[in-house]
Design a protein around this ligand. Structure first.
Ligand code: NAD
Ligand code: MG
Length: 345
């Protein structure tokens, strides 16, 4: 039996994870959390809001599936990494923000870090074949692919929430529309695979059939294909190193075009800003994430326009010092300062 603690059980990933767990007798849900929705009875131990650390101590899970959204996922990520409890990570924001601190905790804990993000799960699986020379992340391009900046000035939250291929929570759906999601994923790949940023490529692939490609030094490249369905990477992370059956149908190779395009980083500036934050290192990725979270929340509430998300993030990155965080208190302080800076910059 594998004891699973599920954080963010009421979300898009959380609900699909429950479906995966219920279909596998060897997976046992021992604890669950949500941000605000009541979840009594969902698991022997439940908690709504707050720090999940005590709950995790009591639950003694074999795997922590972190499916909360945003920097709020940090305590669970660090708890699992520090103790060597397998971390199935959907909450990319915690790894992006904590970066080196998270990797140091993983080193001390000695446990496994299994990506649930579809692209990184794909890359992880391809990388089992050899040492990656470079990796390629695919991006759907979101609902606004092909538009000019002029055409984006007046788009609304409802427009941004109509994603063409993936059905996800609101924050990540807006991140997909701005390409901030792919930017976060570039930084996530840097920490997961230990590659410099010039060996992490992004390509737009509108049908989201190819999830990731690993390049090897001999010129070979391995790609991971499948329908865009998060139950596959969730199931992979929860049953690794086995590969359990899922209800996802076999891929019909004649169904959709496999086309690839350069991303338009001049219109969708968040991808370039994230990459720049990643290269600068220190707490710049933390600041990028924090400013983006604040800006996306404001956009979803109709308080700022779509293009202002990138302008606000850009000003914050120009104003923070980005000094590396020596511990979690310093990291939380960098996150707090970047959030505050959004409306000052
Ligand atoms: P969602 O908004 O649908 O769900 C978020 C969950 O987190 C909910 O259960 C919510 O109650 C909980 N939550 C919110 N704030 C919280 C807080 N302060 N403390 C504790 N719990 C809190 O989001 P989602 O789409 O399921 O995404 C979850 C994470 O997975 C994000 O980091 C996202 O980037 C990542 N991810 C999602 C997908 C996807 O297909 N949805 C794909 C790849 C990665
Ligand atoms: Mg992804």
């Amino acid at each position: 039996m594998t004891r699973v603690a599920l954080l963010g059980a009421t979300g898009s990933i959380g609900r699909q994870a429950i479906e995966v767990i219920e279909a596998r007798p060897e997976l046992e849900l021992v604890a669950a959390t949500s941000g605000s929705t009541p979840i009594d009875g969902l698991a022997p131990l439940t908690q709504v809001g707050g720090d999940p650390t005590d709950l995790l101590e009591r639950a003694r899970p074999d795997v922590v599936l972190n499916a909360t959204v945003g920097f709020a996922g940090l305590p669970a990520t660090m708890w699992a990494l520090e103790r060597g409890v397998t971390l199935a990570l959907a909450n990319k924001e915690s790894l992006v923000a904590a970066g080196d601190l998270a990797l140091a905790a993983k080193e001390r804990g000695g446990g496994a870090l299994l990506p649930v993000d579809s692209e990184h799960s794909a890359l992880f699986q391809c990388a089992l074949a050899g040492e990656p020379e470079a990796v390629v992340l695919t991006a759907s391009g979101g609902p606004f692919r092909g538009r000019t900046a002029d055409e984006l000035a007046d788009v609304t939250a409802a427009d941004a929430l109509a994603h063409p291929t993936w059905n996800m929570g609101a924050k990540i759906t807006v991140d997909s529309a701005t390409l901030a999601n792919k930017g976060l994923e570039v930084i996530e790949a840097h920490f997961l695979f230990g590659l410099p940023y010039d060996r992490i490529e992004v390509v737009v692939h509108p049908t989201s059939i190819v999830h990731g490609i690993v390049r090897f030094r001999d010129g070979a490249a391995l790609a991971h294909l499948g329908y865009p369905d998060m139950r596959v990477p969730i199931s992979y992370a929860l049953t690794y190193p086995e590969r359990a059956a899922t209800p996802v149908p076999p891929l019909d190779l004649t169904a959709g075009p496999l086309e690839f395009f350069e991303p338009d980083t001049e219109t969708f500036r968040m991808l370039a800003l994230a990459r720049e934050a990643g290269v600068r290192g220190g707490t710049f990725p933390c600041a990028f994430n924090a400013a983006n979270e604040v800006a996306v929340a404001a956009f979803l509430e109709g308080r700022i326009g779509f293009l202002e998300i990138a302008s606000l993030v850009e000003s914050v990155l120009a104003d923070v010092d980005g000094a590396p965080a020596r511990d979690l208190d310093e990291l939380r302080e960098a996150d707090r300062q970047a959030r505050e800076q959004v409306w000052v910059s």
